[in-house]
Design a protein. Structure first.
Length: 117
């Protein structure tokens, strides 16, 4: 006995592939924004590790250069740095726009790093 194919399974496969492609496309946009945040926060932590050897001006210059190289908004370059004895605290605050289907989200980021040198 021969059964007839309706074609529903191949259409289901195409719909699944279309959904996966859309999720991947928009997921890259979201992932890129968070990756830049983590890279900037890592740069802050690195500056905290070498704070004993660098002045405040040098640290701020390095972080502003990192903001520029990562393509972060200008407000991310407004870094605050506080030293108190042997402790240092570096922080910044900025917003990024994430484009999703039918909407644009504005996400708040506040990377910071503290440490003892």
């Amino acid at each position: 006995m021969v059964s007839t194919r309706r074609g529903r399974s191949s259409l289901g496969c195409l719909v699944t592939l279309l959904i996966l492609a859309a999720v991947g496309y928009f997921g890259v946009n979201v992932g890129e924004v968070y990756l830049r945040f983590f890279q900037f926060q890592d740069a802050m932590k690195q500056e905290v590790r070498f704070a004993a050897h660098n002045s405040d001006a040098v640290i701020l210059r390095h972080l502003r250069a990192k903001v520029d190289s990562l393509g972060l908004p200008e407000s991310a370059g407004e870094v605050t740095l506080q030293r108190d004895g042997r402790t240092i605290e570096i922080e910044a605050e900025y917003y990024e726009h994430i484009e999703l289907p039918l909407m644009v989200r504005e996400v708040h980021f506040s990377p910071r790093a503290t440490g003892i040198f």
